[in-house]
Unconditional design. Structure first.
Length: 260
C-alpha cells in the first residue's frame, strides 16, 4: 500500500478546492466571455479554449442548419452547463427572441447568470433542484408530477446535449414527456445519448465500452429499439440518427413531434 500517496490525497483535494475558489472564473477572447477551464464539463478536450469555443459555434450552426434556429427563435437548453450553447448562439446568430437554460448544477447556473444573463436580458437561466445521482444527489426526487416551469408549446427548439447519457430510462421518460409538452407544433428536439444495436435495453457504466466509466451514471447506454420506443411513447419520432458522432461516442438524435 502506498501510504505517502494516500496521505497526499486530502492535501491535493484541499489545493484543488482552493484553486477553484480563488482562480478567475472566466476568460475573454474579443467580445466573448467564456468559463474558466476548471468549470467546464465534458472530456479533457473541452479544457482547450479553442476546442470549447469552436464547439460552441458548431452547436449554434447545427441548430441553425438542422432545427431552423434564427433570431426569432425561442430555445430551451436542458442541461445548459456553463453556457456553451448560448455562447455559440451569441457569436453565430446574435440575440434571439428568447433563450432559456436550465441545469441541476448550481455553480453552472450562477456562472451563466453572472456572465451571460446580466449582459443579455433575453438569455435566462434557472436552477432545477431535482435529483440526479451524478450532478445533484441532494435534489428533490424526480417523479411523474415533475414539470418544468414553462408554458405549453412555447419553444421552437429543445436542446439536450449529453443529458440522457447520464440518466436512467425512468428519468428520460419524464423529460421526454416534458419536451413534448413544451415544444411548439413544428418544433424540433436535438439530443445526444449512448445508443447501440444488439445490446441490453439499459446498462449503467457498461464494461469494455468505449472507455473506463468511473462514477455513478457516468455512462448509461441504451438499446436502439428500446430508446426508439421511449421516444415514440412520448409523442416523438426520430427524424435523424447520427451514430457515434458526438462526445465520447454518443449519437446525435433529432426528434420531431408525431402527428396526433
Amino acid at each position: 500500500m502506498n501510504w505517502p500517496a494516500m496521505r497526499a490525497h486530502p492535501l491535493a483535494r484541499t489545493l484543488r478546492t482552493a484553486y477553484r475558489t480563488l482562480a478567475p472564473d472566466h476568460a475573454t477572447r474579443g467580445n466573448t466571455v467564456y468559463p474558466a477551464k476548471h468549470l467546464r464539463f465534458g472530456g479533457p478536450e473541452f479544457r482547450n479554449d479553442d476546442f470549447f469555443l469552436e464547439s460552441a459555434r458548431f452547436e449554434a450552426c447545427r441548430l441553425a442548419d438542422s432545427c431552423g434556429l434564427t433570431q426569432a427563435s425561442i430555445v430551451l437548453d436542458v442541461g445548459c452547463g456553463v453556457g456553451r450553447l448560448p455562447i455559440g448562439i451569441l457569436e453565430q446568430v446574435g440575440e434571439i427572441r428568447h433563450y432559456q437554460g436550465v441545469d441541476v448544477d448550481a455553480r453552472s447556473v450562477h456562472w451563466c447568470k453572472e456572465h451571460i444573463q446580466n449582459v443579455h436580458a433575453d438569455f435566462q437561466f434557472q436552477l432545477l433542484d431535482v435529483y440526479n445521482l451524478r450532478y445533484n444527489p441532494a435534489g428533490a426526487p424526480l417523479n411523474c408530477s415533475f414539470r418544468l416551469p414553462f408554458g405549453d408549446g412555447g419553444f421552437d427548439i429543445v436542446y439536450l446535449y449529453s443529458v440522457f447519457s447520464h440518466m436512467t430510462a425512468h428519468d428520460i421518460r419524464i423529460y421526454l414527456r416534458e419536451c413534448r409538452r413544451l415544444l411548439a407544433t413544428k418544433g424540433r428536439v436535438f439530443l445526444t445519448a449512448f445508443v447501440e444495436e444488439g445490446v441490453p435495453d439499459e446498462v449503467e457504466n457498461p464494461l469494455n465500452y468505449r472507455m473506463k466509466w468511473k462514477a455513478p451514471l457516468h455512462c448509461v447506454r441504451f438499446n436502439k429499439s428500446f430508446f426508439s420506443r421511449l421516444v415514440l411513447e412520448a409523442g416523438f419520432e426520430i427524424s435523424v440518427f447520427n451514430y457515434a458522432k458526438e462526445t465520447d461516442g454518443q449519437s446525435g438524435i433529432y426528434l420531431a413531434p408525431t402527428l396526433s
